[in-house]
Structure formats: structure tokens, C-alpha cells
Design a binder for this molecule. Structure first.
Ligand code: MG
Length: 396
């Protein structure tokens, strides 16, 4: 869709070319203020207006926001003809110097506009046939209550919103879990204690052994438990940037030392491991202890609970970004371990490797979450994930 179709719609008003100045001014008066685009059809195709698309009419000037480029200019209306006519004259933006011809119908707070996106023939009817070059637009008058925000405040730098903009999208509503640590309403529950239907077996990230088809890890009493030599498990769904909640516990029958005691791992995108290990009175190399970004960064603190007790990781993971072969942005980890911050948006040096310096390799934007089988009977429960949202997304 070209610029005009996009914005034209919004604009909507006009100035009378011929009738009495009074009639024209009276009509313009009714059009003052902000008009939100409700729907848009161009060349017979319904299209979604960008969130927050609107047109502001002040006097005989108009401006538009939320439609990529900013457009502005003057409007003329002629309410003396049938249908009523309007013309937009652009004095700024990509269409500077051009005009668009249209007709409109104003009914209280509802405004219907049909306007040209090319050519100089004013439409005769409210329709947008295929290849007509006409845009049909439905707009709704926005009534401003300063109780709920403003439209006369400065624009926020680099944003299409005023300070306290009453039109800024409100975040979608998420219902929190009834118990702390439970999955909020928009989380994808990966394990609720009952079954491993969200998981598949995968060859071990350590030994390359095991792993095909359905997972063979044990599920009982609301947790899953690693079954040695059956391979890792990987989510069937793939993820990019995400918030992950996962609880784990170490075998109460303490056995082995260092990396051999209760080893497992939470491996984002099958590459980036936050270590799981018995870290309670179990010396090992610092960048391999529990909560380490394995082989790279120890956690900021050791927050381990005793074997048999439940630990909690709350992880915010930002996936790396590549432009072809080139790394544009590394992966980042923010990790809370039992509520304590242990990584604060720490950059990962690359995928998990053992006794090597890691390097990034181009990869898919999304990939499975993997839980590592290190042949120790580590348990997991209450696993849920939320893909990260963006600011100013439209309300759902
Ligand atoms: Mg591990």
C-alpha cells in the first residue's frame, strides 16, 4: 500500500471550496480533534491500519501519526454538495505539493471517507473497487479526557507518542498465578508435573548417546527425573527471546564430586547452558558451578539449596541475532537463582563448549529448550516459558 492510501484515510476533512465560508467553517468545526482509524480498505482490499493510526485536525490543518512518515497539510471541505467533498493539500511529508480528492460522510463521531490515492477524479461513491486507486476509511472521533492522558504534551524522543499520550497502547492483561512461581495466564506450560508431551528425546549434548522419539525420563510425584543414558530432552516448540521459569533439585543421595555431582543443565536454544549442579559444599571450577554460564561466567553468588530441596531459576534470555554469517548481537542472560540476581544481562561468548573457547555460529532465530542428561538423577518441575513481548504492542 502506498503512503497515501495509508494515511489518507485518516485525514478526513475538508474545506468548502465554494459554499459559504460559514458553512465551511461550521463543518470544519465538527471535524476538529483526533480521529482514530477504525478500518481501511484500499483497492478493494481490507487492510489493517497500524496501531495508533490517527489524524489530527486543528483549524484547517491536518497531520497524521502512526503511519510511518508524518504527513501534514491543509484540508478543504464542501458540505454543500452531495456527497460532501473534501480535499487534502499536502504541505509536508512524502506527498508535499500534491493533493487528494475525496468525499465524506459525517455522522456524529463517525466519519466515512473515500479518497483518491492517485489521479485527480473525485470519487462519486463510497466504495473501493479493485484497481480503483480509491481508499475507503472509517474513522472515529477521539474524545480526550485529561484524566486518562494528554495530546498537547511534547513528543517522546524517537517515538510516535506524546508524554502521557492517552492513545498509547495499553499493555495486555496477564493474570498472575495464584501461587508465587506458578505460570501466569499467558505462559506456555512446558511441564506441569503430569507428562512430557511438550518434549522429545534428543541425543545427549555430552555423550551424543540416546535420544530419539518420546523422552524416557521418569515422571512421578509432580516432577520429572533424568534417567541416565536416555539422552537429553528438548521442547517440541522452539523459542527465541524468552522468560523461563524452571525448578530443579539435586539427588538427596549425594554421590560423586565436582562436575560429577548432580550435573544437568538448562540449555537455551540447545546451545547456551545455564549449569545445573550440586553447588552445596561441592567445590568445582567457578565457571562450571550451578547457575554458571557454562565455561564462561560464574554466577554473581552461590545461592544453592541443599540436595533434595528445590531450587528455582528465573531466566531472561535474549537470543543472538545474525545478519547472514555475521553476529549482530550476542545472546544475553539475566538469571535469578532462588530470587537472587546472579547474571545481569550478561553477554554469552557463544554456545556451550567444554575445555575450549567458544565461538558463535549462525543459527536459526528460534530453537528448542534442552535439558541435559549428564547421567545424574536431577529432577525438574514447574517449567513454563513466555516469549518476550515488545513495548507498545496493541492490546489483545
Ligand atoms: Mg551441565
Amino acid at each position: 500500500m502506498n503512503w497515501r492510501s495509508h494515511w489518507i484515510i485518516p485525514a478526513a476533512l475538508a474545506l468548502a471550496a465554494l459554499p459559504s465560508v460559514m458553512a465551511q467553517e461550521g463543518e470544519l468545526q465538527k471535524l476538529q480533534g483526533i480521529w482514530n482509524i477504525v478500518s481501511l480498505e484500499v483497492n478493494g482490499q481490507k487492510t489493517n491500519a497500524a496501531p495508533g493510526s490517527r489524524v489530527l485536525i486543528e483549524g484547517d490543518r491536518f497531520s497524521s501519526q502512526g503511519m510511518g512518515a508524518e504527513y501534514d497539510g491543509t484540508i478543504e471541505v464542501d458540505p454543500s454538495v452531495t456527497p460532501k467533498a473534501l480535499t487534502f493539500h499536502f504541505t509536508g511529508g512524502p506527498e508535499k505539493g500534491n493533493s487528494s480528492l475525496g468525499i465524506y460522510e459525517l455522522n456524529g463521531d463517525d466519519l466515512l471517507i473515500c479518497i483518491t490515492t492517485r489521479g485527480d477524479v473525485r470519487p462519486a461513491a463510497f466504495a473501493s473497487p479493485v484497481n480503483s486507486g480509491l481508499a475507503l476509511e472509517v474513522l472515529k472521533h477521539q474524545h480526550v479526557s485529561h484524566d486518562l492522558g494528554f495530546d498537547d504534551t511534547p513528543m517522546l524522543p524517537g517515538l510516535p507518542y506524546h508524554v502521557h499520550d492517552y492513545l498509547r497502547p495499553h499493555p495486555h492483561v496477564v493474570t498472575p498465578a495464584s501461587e508465587p512461581g506458578g505460570p501466569p495466564s499467558d505462559a506456555i506450560v512446558l511441564f506441569d508435573g503430569k507428562d512430557l508431551s511438550k518434549w522429545k528425546a534428543q541425543a545427549s549434548s555430552i555423550t551424543r548417546a540416546g535420544g530419539a522419539g518420546d523422552p524416557e525420563w521418569k515422571v512421578e510425584n509432580g516432577y520429572m527425573e533424568v534417567v541416565p543414558k536416555t539422552g537429553d530432552i528438548a521442547t517440541r516448540e522452539k523459542f527465541g527471546d524468552c522468560q523461563l521459569h524452571i525448578e530443579w533439585s539435586e539427588p538427596p543421595d549425594v554421590a560423586g564430586t565436582s562436575q560429577g555431582r548432580g550435573n544437568s543443565g538448562v540449555i537455551l536454544q540447545g546451545r547456551y547452558e545455564i549449569q545445573v549442579l550440586d553447588a552445596y559444599k561441592n567445590p568445582t571450577y567457578a565457571d562450571g558451578m550451578a547457575a554458571a554460564i557454562y565455561g564462561q561466567w560464574p554466577p554473581l553468588a552461590n545461592v544453592a539449596r541443599k540436595p533434595g530441596e528445590w531450587n528455582v531459576y528465573d531466566i531472561v534470555f535474549e537470543a543472538p541475532v545474525f545478519d547472514g554469517e555475521k553476529l549482530v548481537k550476542p545472546a544475553y542472560f539475566t538469571v535469578f537463582w532462588n530470587g537472587v540476581l546472579v547474571h545481569n544481562r550478561k553477554a554469552s561468548m557463544g554456545p556451550m563448549v567444554y575445555r575450549q573457547v567458544t565461538h558463535y555460529q549462525p543459527q536459526p532465530a528460534v530453537d528448542s529448550l534442552v535439558l541435559q542428561n549428564h547421567n545424574n538423577k536431577v529432577r525438574y518441575r514447574n517449567i513454563w516459558i513466555r516469549p518476550l513481548g515488545q513495548y507498545d504492542e496493541p492490546e489483545k
